[in-house]
Design a protein around this ligand. Sequence first.
Ligand SMILES: Cc1cc2nc3c(=O)[nH]c(=O)nc-3n(C[C@H](O)[C@H](O)[C@H](O)COP(=O)(O)OP(=O)(O)OC[C@H]3O[C@@H](n4cnc5c(N)ncnc54)[C@H](O)[C@@H]3O)c2cc1C
Length: 490
Amino acid sequence: MPDTIEVPVLIVGGSLVGMSSAMLLGHYGVGSLVVEHHRGTAIHPRAAQITQRTMEIFRTVGVEQIVRRRSAEQFVQDGAIMGVESLAGKEIAYYIANLNEGIRDLSPCERVFISQSLLEPLLKQRAEELGADLRFATEMTSFEQDDTGVTAHIKHRDTGETATVRARYMIAADGAHSRVRDRLRIPMQGRGVFSNSITIYFRGDVGPLLRGRNLSVIYVINPILRGFFRIEIPFTSGFLAVIALGDPEHPNTDVSAGLTDQSCLDLLHAALGVDDIPVKIEDVMRWQSEANTAERFREGNIFLAGDSAHVMPPYGGFGGNTGVQDAQNLAWKLASVLQGKAAPELLDTYERERRPVGEFTVEQAYSRYVTRTAPYLASKGFQPVAHDMNVELGYCYDGQLHEHPNESKGRPGSRAPHLWLSEGCSTLDLLGRDYVLLAGPQWNGITDIQVHRITEPAFPAAYGITPSGAVLVRPDGFIAWRGEGAPPLV
Ligand SMILES: Cc1cc2nc3c(=O)[nH]c(=O)nc-3n(C[C@H](O)[C@H](O)[C@H](O)COP(=O)(O)OP(=O)(O)OC[C@H]3O[C@@H](n4cnc5c(N)ncnc54)[C@H](O)[C@@H]3O)c2cc1C
């Protein structure tokens, strides 16, 4: 390692959100250095439910197709999200019968199931193609900041080599236990930690217990445990996450305390509903279920993104997706400021836009946790469960927080609606690099920015304009301005 490395953006943490940040910065033409403590990309599956919005972001940077292809190798797509007493036993509820049913018209992309361990190498490859400098087995050990940037000290775990990094900005994508956040004394606010949870990774031929059902997430709700299964093709491996034990009204949520090989096996059998299938436990991961949002997402030249900014229970599959959205919101703003296209004040909008959305999404994940498996928490209050699409595609930056994506109709602060313009080409494919103007067929204004005059008859109504109107769309696909245009001549 050279003694000193200069880079526009230093990213601490090279997992889902750090890697996405590097990829998106590269897409906008900004170099970054990623330092990641681990020796490679994620080894544990964790996030697997990837929303349409995340896939739209991946589409912008050219990885949507490969992510789709690889996802089909790992999971049968379009599965259900449902609850059972046990995998072999009684079904309790179908929360989503088919992951993509009824939502295909909302986006050019589909929800997919692909775990972090398979996804992250694809993002890594794209980040490297786009010029990111990725250093694994490398830890950021300390940092300080001044008015013009951040100075950080990094160390290679194996060789002990050290270097000083000087960056204009730093992204803390260092996860739920963010040491950068702690060092900046940014407190977390919310519901706190409500379970010391575990994930049991296992092998065993559980295919027959699926009985031909296509199940993406299987919540297990019985008097012994509450948690969920995910099972991979060819149905001989998967994991069981366990969040609570015993009496549902007075549960033991310290699941990770006093675990033994036998107690893990007992939990697995209780969730499978049979104990005559040979299963082998390969690993057990300990983690905390919590629902918290950082009080601030920014301190000077340092930005929190992903789990360092918000941590939520994995009910709804929102955590990693919300982090990718943070990365997207931040990347184009950092690029605009670093490239002199925007004043530094643009960066103030990161926290203003993303913190309310982060907090809302944390609450929505918590509400799903309470209503699906932890009714004992209901007495402490929780937000009404919003439509999944409001959370996944309909989050807004105009103070309204969320709405169904069919309702926004190009309102400033909302995501630009998808509309097919020709075979395989969506309105969203016109966006993603700079500001663009999407204009009705009769629009006749003059502007320096790129204009797409759209003749598709459904366009004006989808964007809430007349044929002589137009909308200005930001690089992240959110509407910045809408000019509804003159009423049509009669
Ligand atoms: C069982 C389970 C299932 C889940 N399912 C879903 C799902 O279906 N969909 C979804 O969207 N989310 C899901 N999540 C949540 C998702 O896994 C997280 O939201 C996501 O991993 C957050 O990514 P991140 O990059 O912000 O943080 P992390 O993945 O925690 O990564 C932080 C990285 O920073 C590194 N790091 C920390 N400090 C330093 C340092 N000083 N120097 C260098 N490196 C450092 C760490 O080594 C780590 O790799 C699930 C979580 C769990 C536990």
